[in-house]
Ligand binder design. Structure first.
Ligand SMILES: Nc1ncnc2c1ncn2[C@@H]1O[C@H](COP(=O)(O)OP(=O)(O)O)[C@@H](O)[C@H]1O
Ligand SMILES: [Mg+2]
Length: 258
């Protein structure tokens, strides 16, 4: 039986979809069968990030409402044999989005996949609530912007109310220069504010934006230093030991003398 993990956040645009796709690729490369579900209804992103948008014939809604079989709706990645995507619907009226239908889809997928990754909508609207209800485990994504951390804190409260205990943190777009200048808060401060285990962090890098826009996730660029971050995240997700990639804030001496 597969494990279901929701990738979520309080604030939008912090990198949930990027984190979902790249974790998906790294897990698949390790030999696990992975299916990602784009639950960000109406704002679908994963098909574009994976370069699969032209192959979408059926979507999550078709599968939930029984208009096609799950096998027909699930797309196989072009490059990674173990990686699959159930795309989001192009248009959706959230009133008709039934949590029980999503649960049934997830339960079916669990029979043939090791990991189901749900890319959830941000915040606390119904798509989020339904997605969370299907998961054993949650990866909470935030940047080090104070508003994002504040919203992440609120989501932790909501998850705990729903009795979800297994919540781990991914800090995305970590930029040591911003921390140094006081533009972002410090990693240690975010960790003590949120008080949940840190799975890992991903540096802020324009290669991620380029990769997403081209439909060629950064995980496919083996030489990218961003992949060190994702390798670490995935190892820790699998409960393996992995030290966090190194970064340092420049000390005053370095700032003065380069
Ligand atoms: N590590 C990163 N460094 C730089 N840009 C990033 C990084 N992660 C995500 N982005 C960019 O940030 C934007 C939002 O990311 P996305 O994954 O779509 O967030 P969400 O799913 O939370 O809305 C996109 O333009 C994406 O390419
Ligand atoms: Mg997204």
């Amino acid at each position: 039986m597969g494990q279901t993990i929701a990738i979520t956040s309080g604030k939008g645009g912090v990198g949930k979809s990027s984190v979902c796709v790249n974790i998906g690729f790294h897990l698949a490369r390790k030999g696990y069968r992975v299916c990602m579900i784009d639950c960000d209804l109406g704002l679908k992103n994963l098909d574009v990030m994976m370069g699969l948008e032209n192959r979408v014939l059926y979507d999550l809604r078709d599968a939930m409402e029984g208009r096609c079989t799950l096998q027909k709706a699930v797309l196989k990645d072009k490059r990674e044999d173990n990686l699959y995507l159930l795309p989001a619907c192009k248009s959706v009226n959230l009133k008709y989005f039934q949590g029980s239908d999503l649960k049934a889809v997830v339960a079916e997928l669990k029979k043939s996949f090791d990991y189901i990754l749900l890319d959830t909508p941000a915040g606390i609207e119904s798509g989020f609530v339904h997605s969370i209800a299907c998961c054993e485990r949650v990866i909470l994504v935030t940047t080090l912007d104070i508003t994002a951390v504040q919203d992440a804190d609120r989501i932790i409260g909501i998850l705990m109310k729903e009795d979800i205990q297994d919540i781990e943190l991914v800090i995305n777009r970590l930029n040591p220069k911003y921390i140094e200048k006081g533009i972002s808060i410090r990693l240690e401060d975010a960790l003590s504010w949120l008080s949940i285990p840190l799975l890992g962090y991903v540096f802020d890098d324009e290669s991620v934006i380029r990769a997403n826009n081209r439909g060629i996730p950064v995980a496919l660029n083996q030489s990218s230093y961003i992949n060190e971050c994702y390798q670490c995240i995935v190892k820790r997700l699998l409960k393996e030991d992995a030290p966090l990639p190194k970064y340092k804030e420049k000390k005053l001496f370095q700032k003065l003398f380069g």
